[in-house]
Design a protein around this ligand. Sequence first.
Ligand SMILES: NC(=O)C1=CN([C@@H]2O[C@H](COP(=O)(O)OP(=O)(O)OC[C@H]3O[C@@H](n4cnc5c(N)ncnc54)[C@H](OP(=O)(O)O)[C@@H]3O)[C@@H](O)[C@H]2O)C=CC1
Ligand SMILES: C[C@H]1O[C@H](OP(=O)(O)OP(=O)(O)OC[C@H]2O[C@@H](n3cnc4c(=O)[nH]c(N)nc43)[C@H](O)[C@@H]2O)[C@@H](O)[C@@H](O)C1=O
Length: 316
Amino acid sequence: MNLDSKIYVAGHRGLVGSAITRNLQENGYTNLVFRTSGQLDLTKRDQVDAFFEEEQPEYVFLAAAKVGGIVANNDFPADFIRDNLMIQTNVIDAAHQNHVKKLLFLGSTCIYPKLAAQPMREDSLLTGELEPTNEAYAIAKIAGIKMCQAYNRQHGTNFISIMPTNLYGPNDNFDLNSSHVLPALIRKFHEAKLNNAPTVEVWGTGTPKREFLYSDDLADAAIYLMNTYNGSDLVNVGMGKDISIKELAEKIGKTVGYSGAIVFNASKPDGAPRKLVDVNRLKDLGWTAKISLDEGLEMAYTWFLENIEKNTMMTN
Ligand SMILES: NC(=O)C1=CN([C@@H]2O[C@H](COP(=O)(O)OP(=O)(O)OC[C@H]3O[C@@H](n4cnc5c(N)ncnc54)[C@H](OP(=O)(O)O)[C@@H]3O)[C@@H](O)[C@H]2O)C=CC1
Ligand SMILES: C[C@H]1O[C@H](OP(=O)(O)OP(=O)(O)OC[C@H]2O[C@@H](n3cnc4c(=O)[nH]c(N)nc43)[C@H](O)[C@@H]2O)[C@@H](O)[C@@H](O)C1=O
């Protein structure tokens, strides 16, 4: 990408899209194009076609998607498969029709089998059963990867796919029903501290392990790969280190300064037992993560205090 290339960041207000936008702006990219979902509903093909015909972006970061935590995925599988298939099909095909030079598709590590060998290598895709709580979302993401690969093969496009591990950072979703674990626990521990609550509820057994990457690191990797990587093979993006949910809860309790007890609610799903990604391909391509979980947690909690805690609209 040149500094004046026209770049469309789809989903620029979200966790990932906002981090990519910040990074591009800080690095002097001046010709960025955005639309909110209210201005451009990417599930509507006619709107997507009109937008691409009008704007003719050269590069596309596809960070718009229907995203949620384990319970939202489990409760609304139809919404997750429908919206994601529609958004990505519309954007990928419009990018081809309008001769976009390069597109970056964001998948997720939930595309790998529930019991994939750890750390999970890119070639474990489609080698086993998926985790049932997010199968619908994962199937949509796998279709997105395969669509990029098929377009590259048949049409000679340059559409790349990256598979980030669990992410967190500014503009995360802190709604307790639909968020991922890390923002949910920041909010739960913070509110328990304020209310002097004796316990905080953590879903599941606390034994599953997850890997967490700060969104600024992910954005840095995405832009690095957009600038340097041309290939149909997917690329994992992560830290290469994981932690149990129990350890994460203890860490967040410490960050927030909560001194009560943690109670596990085993009636909520655990999901995949472990999702550690193999980051060797990414390392070989020349990129490694820079922000540790401890640093990232401090930054995420500070962002929460400055942007969400003050928001009196928080209702659940
Ligand atoms: N969060 C995570 O832990 C992980 C995320 N990913 C992937 O990264 C990508 C971004 O996720 P994340 O930033 O967390 O998600 P967010 O929910 O934070 O942001 C998603 C963005 O998508 C936009 N969007 C949703 N539906 C539509 C629509 N119909 N039309 C137009 N825009 C729409 C929203 O725009 P608006 O704000 O204008 O409504 C929103 O800003 C996704 O592909 C996700 O699968 C992958 C691995 C982990
Ligand atoms: C990014 C990824 O995100 C999702 O998969 P997940 O990693 O299982 O998601 P999660 O962050 O919601 O949970 C991780 C673990 O944490 C436990 N947990 C404890 N307490 C809370 C809690 O309060 N909220 C949540 N959400 N989880 C909690 C929870 O029970 C589970 O064991 C999918 O959407 C998938 O599609 C996807 O791509």
